[in-house]
Design a protein around this ligand. Structure first.
Ligand code: GCU
Length: 332
């Protein structure tokens, strides 16, 4: 409760200071793109976005730059993605799960056990031959996907026990992201998926609304979820990216030369983040252990993989999703 109330207040204050078109001083240089971000400043995506902002500023002699608003200051992801649609902010980082309500084909990247490593993901997620059409498919919803960050692998954590097989999740209420695919995924994994924004999870576990959550080590550690759910089992069931989305009108209005600089600087930022993530996740795991978390590798991954197979099959129903899936398999 406290977290979400605080976000609303903080969001309202911050919003009153920015222009309604997502950029400060719309008609005068310098142009500053506001970027909504839901994680703390220590997150590798924050560092990557700062790097992008700096590169953009340097290469346009200060005419264009960006300002990142971390910690859900402008709202939870679901809200900030909608603010990007209306142009209230220029860009937002959005977990991939959120975009499937705009175009169901995005669910292909929301499927469990799709990738085996960050390296595999890196080869796919910013490869225009594989994702170009998909990323451009939401321009009719006023946004464009500029590219992807990795968010590592997600695993299940509970307040009272480790998880080895799907049977261990029976009756457990686990927070998932706001996506139908993710709710169904948790059902196939044996538990009960409760969809909500990231900022509400700690209190929901503490008060018993949830028995646990699922996330990567960085979020688990930085949001102190170990304090309320110290049993982290390495199910590594989901490698779901985070997209950087931008208001499409703002993007289209940019001069071609600026578009090129923007894309080049983003490519550097995405590459940096993919390379930095694993080390940051390992550090986060060590930090969480110091704070009392216990990690288990005793997970029957094959049992979970088999349990979610029907879900994967049910989502690969048209040419777009099948072709992306086949390209991912071909790269293995
Ligand atoms: C990941 C992801 C975030 C997302 C979060 C969540 O950490 O990087 O973009 O917000 O999971 O669980 O909501």
């Amino acid at each position: 409760k406290f977290t979400s109330y605080f976000s609303v207040i903080a969001g309202a204050v911050a919003l009153s200071t920015i222009s309604p078109v997502g950029i400060s001083a719309a008609f005068a240089a310098p142009v500053v793109f506001e970027i909504a971000f839901n994680q703390p400043e220590t997150h590798p995506q924050f560092k990557a976005l700062q790097m992008f902002a700096e590169g953009l500023k340097n290469r346009t002699n200060g005419e264009y730059s960006a300002e990142v608003f971390p910690n859900e200051l402008l709202g939870a992801q679901k809200e900030t993605v909608e603010m990007t649609q209306t142009g209230t902010v220029a860009m937002s980082v959005a977990a991939a799960s959120l975009l499937e309500s705009w175009n169901p084909d995005f669910s292909v990247f929301n499927l469990p056990y799709l990738f085996n490593s960050i390296e595999e993901q890196k080869d796919v997620l910013n490869n225009p031959e594989i994702v170009g059409d998909l990323y451009n498919s939401v321009t009719d919803q006023s946004v464009i996907v500029l590219g992807s960050f990795t968010a590592g692998a997600r695993s299940v954590y509970l307040k009272d026990r480790f998880v080895k097989t799907p049977a261990d999740l029976a009756g457990k209420k686990i927070r998932v992201m706001q996506s139908d695919t993710n709710v169904q995924m948790m059902k196939h994994m044996g538990g009960v998926g409760i969809a909500m924004g990231q900022g509400e999870v700690y209190t929901a576990i503490q008060t018993g609304v949830l028995d646990g959550g699922e996330n990567n080590e960085i979020v688990y550690s930085s949001l102190k979820h170990a304090e309320v759910a110290p049993y982290f089992s390495n199910t590594r069931h989901l490698m779901i990216p985070d997209y950087l989305v931008m208001n499409v009108d703002l993007y289209k209005e940019l001069p071609d030369g600026i578009k090129t600089i923007l894309k080049e600087e983003l490519a550097k930022a995405f590459a940096f983040e993919f390379d930095a993530f694993a080390a940051d996740a390992a550090k986060a795991r060590a930090d969480a252990e110091k704070a009392g978390a216990k990690f288990s590798d005793d997970v029957d991954m094959e049992a979970f993989r088999a349990a979610v197979k029907p879900l994967v099959d049910s989502k690969l129903t048209n040419d777009v999703t099948k072709s992306i899936y086949q390209k991912i398999e071909a790269l293995r």
